[in-house]
Ligand binder design. Sequence first.
Ligand SMILES: *Cc1c(COP(=O)(O)O)cnc(C)c1O
Length: 469
Amino acid sequence: RDAQESRGLGDVYKRQPLTENAQLKDPELTIIQGPEGPQMNHANSKSLFDAAQKVIPGGVNSPVRAFRSVGGNPLFFKGGEGAYLIDADDNRYVDYVGAWGPLILGHGSPLVVDALRNQLDQGIGYGASTEAEITIATKIVDIVPSIEKVRLTTSGTEATMSAIRVARGYTGRDAIVKFEGCYHGHADGLLVKAGSGALTLGEPDSLGVPKAYTDLTHVLPYNDAQAVEDFFAKHGDSIACLIVEPIAGNMNLVPPVPGFLETLRAVCDKHGTVLIFDEVMTGFRVARGGAQEVYGVTPDMTCLGKVIGGGLPVGAFGGRTDIMNMIAPLGAVYQAGTLSGSPLAVAAGICMLDAISQPGFYEDLGARAEQLMTGLKACAAAAGIPFTTNQVGGMFGCFFSEEDTVTNFAQVMACNSDHFQRYFHLMLDGGVYLAPSAFEAGFISIVHGDAELAATLAAAENAFAALAS
Ligand SMILES: *Cc1c(COP(=O)(O)O)cnc(C)c1O
């Protein structure tokens, strides 16, 4: 503890010394040129995948981990260190998945690991209240001004599901509105035109979801303020809540166009509809106070997840006191969880929130992401490949698109998927791990430094050249 304090938070998360075998391999020396560029050995991953498929459906515990949309076999990993992932065959990759967002401090951050060790010494869980839950709730309330009260869950799915139940209880209305390409977890009523893994399956609706549930879910086009106004003019008074990713991060990355979030706020005010920002991905990722801080639009409720758990299973939802007081045991909306507020998850969360609160954290993170996007666009331009990017803070999106800017779902769907698939594998073979889907946002961490960015751009230069040839 003393050592941790004397080093100071900034030093601890800033830069981890790489172990000797973590040094970047010289791509010239270690990569064998294959038909489509360099090829790595993935024999162990392959046999693990074979074994996994016998006992786990599709070999994976979440569909987007499978390489269905890029082809080939998913990699199995055995380690993570700072900005790097190590696969089962000892290949090292600069990681831009970051466990799908949580690892904003990189892999194995000593801060988080120390916090977890300290908690482990005192027990794993009690199924009863702890002081640390007050600490994390207070920090969330301080950091996200629209949240006056907050409840913890074990996943983002539970956070959105519960927030919607509360909004329905609060308004006494059943119908809800979501947007095409937005993903809010896998609860029944939300699996309509959803993003993320649901998009890669090419079937936005899931079997097993009763039509009666999704009949209550209205879907509107993202970034189309007129469509929202038209819909609410007709049906607004029957809508319990409007849930939105304030920056869409599950159809690749599509930021809101100017005025879009403001329109959502205005129609919700007018019709007594609860405005829910699903900031499971964007919370503590695009800015300390999330997308609502970036765009200055205040929701009634906010859902959180990913970064607040530091890699442990956690979610949260919060909002105005009068709305949150509807929840049991205060109110009649039931919501619960055996592991909610797990001491381990809370310990990790508290140290995440402290780390991201260091001055300059988001300036630094955003600058790295921007540097990466500028570099990638230059590589693509040099090779003559149509390519554009979006970026907000520590998240980014890359598009094989002829468009200058990508602002809607149709443009995302029109991107060149063949280019993406080949690019994905070329980058993988160049030592860069990207999300195995064209519909996922990319994430950078605070320990992605100059060496990692340079290695990424070197791999990209080769990849774009291969695409062009
Ligand atoms: C990841 C995500 C969820 C679901 O969170 P889980 O922890 O996977 O259940 C919900 N909403 C958004 C915006 C997400 O990115």
